[in-house]
Write a protein that binds this ligand. Structure first.
Ligand code: FAD
Length: 375
């Protein structure tokens, strides 16, 4: 007897923090969802490599800072409420890089929207933090255990392992095909990180930045996490996380040969007493960012249709946009996936279920016409 074809409200491709969170939010809204990934476990991509610090952005109040901090406020409350075991509110101290940077911190202060207080050089020294100027302490910030967080969210949603090879539209459904699998879903969410071989989505300008980081065994007493030029976590069960490098290289092996950790170790040794640090594990993964560093959340434009139907678009015409029906993206979370994912997934779920318009600052539409003019 032929197996019954399952039809889903939404099928989400990619089980990183973005996909796990999208599946979770959509299911909470009553949808029948299926999460798929080529890997059998969640967080096999960039999400598994993340140090997963969840802290606010400092600066002079740019639109990106405002959005990041809105996402930060939402994320920390979300994790504390729903997944407290995997988010430790260690506090995160933002330390100026040098005396010049310390002057900038004073200008940034009026734009610190999240709860914080100043910490003097002497207080930092007493905590075992060396060579530091007066800093900002964000008490409610902290660190996720990245794979454990993704696993915990993942446990709430149905999952199947397969590599999606094609997406086709058929009678109001998406047919999502892998080598030996085929599923039908009304909506599809692409949460595939820096990879996308399924559709022409070049206008979103997704690009990857490799990063390496390490976990170290240590007996160092360190109760708070910090960020200067690199991040150093609090000592959590005898382990401190150091992270991370940023490298545009395409070949991961070049970046993962162990040497980048040397620079992290050197920088850490100037911040804290790292004399007994012993490398436990190395992580390496790709961050996927957009052209303007804002996340990419919402509908996907039908690029071939637009270029064929409106050739004048290349010379600045602004025709109405046509979308691929019921196809969505959740990507471009850059170096702050664990900060952005909860709020961006909530927004996407509202777009899909309640047909709420996605705000333009995160909507990929913002990049389309500009991209066309450059073709
Ligand atoms: C070294 C490092 C340190 C970081 N530190 C932090 C930090 O401190 N704080 C923070 O918030 N963020 C941090 N990040 C960033 C964070 O990890 C990313 O923003 C986040 O992982 C992005 O998640 P994602 O779900 O979009 O992508 P990914 O985690 O890459 O997930 C994409 C998934 O899609 C799957 N996939 C792709 N194509 C297909 C297909 N065709 N079929 C099936 N499956 C497919 C892949 O297998 C993968 O599992 C760091 C990243 C790195 C690399």
């Amino acid at each position: 007897m032929a197996a019954t074809i399952q039809r889903y409200d939404t099928l989400i491709i990619g089980a990183g923090i973005a996909g796990c969170m999208a599946a979770y939010m959509l299911q909470k809204k009553g949808q029948k969802v299926l999460l798929v990934d080529r890997s059998a476990v969640p967080a096999s991509g960039g999400s598994g490599a993340a140090g997963a610090f969840v802290s606010p952005k400092i600066g002079k109040g740019s639109a990106l800072q405002t959005l990041t901090n809105e996402a930060y406020e939402y994320a920390k409350d979300f994790y504390v409420t729903h997944f407290p075991k995997h988010f430790l509110q260690t506090g995160v101290i933002r330390i100026p890089k040098d005396a010049d940077d310390a002057k900038k911190f004073r200008l940034y202060e009026p734009f610190n929207e999240s709860q914080y207080h100043r910490v003097s050089k002497e207080a930092l020294e007493a905590m075992g933090i060396h060579n530091a100027e007066e800093s900002f302490m964000f008490d409610e910030a902290g660190v996720c255990d990245a794979p454990a967080m993704c696993r915990a969210i993942f446990e709430h949603v149905p999952f199947e392992q397969f590599e999606v090879e094609s997406l086709e539209e058929e009678s109001g459904f998406w047919v999502v095909k892998g080598k030996e699998k085929c599923h039908y879903a009304r909506h599809v969410v692409l949460a595939t990180g820096y990879e996308n071989r399924l559709l022409d989505m070049r206008y979103m300008g997704v690009r990857g930045t490799w990063g390496s980081r390490g976990d170290y065994y240590t007996s160092l007493k360190l109760e708070v996490s910090m960020h200067k030029s690199i991040s150093v976590s609090a000592n959590i069960d005898g382990v401190v996380k150091l992270g991370a490098t940023h490298n545009k290289a395409k070949n991961p092996c070049v970046v993962c040969d162990g040497k980048p950790l040397k620079s992290l170790e050197e920088q850490a040794s100037k911040m804290v007493n790292s004399s007994d640090f012993v490398l436990k594990e190395t992580f390496c993964g790709m961050r996927s960012g957009s052209k303007d560093y804002f996340p990419l959340v919402g509908k996907v434009i039908d690029v071939p249709f637009m270029l064929e139907t409106y050739p004048k678009i290349l010379r600045g015409a602004k025709p109405p946009l046509k979308y691929r029906e019921n196809l969505y993206v959740l990507n471009g979370l850059g170096g702050r996936g664990f900060v952005f994912a909860p709020l961006m997934a909530k927004s996407l779920a509202e777009t899909i279920v309640e047909e709420k318009e996605t705000e333009m600052k995160i909507n990929p539409d913002r990049l389309f016409l500009k991209w066309c003019r450059k073709l």
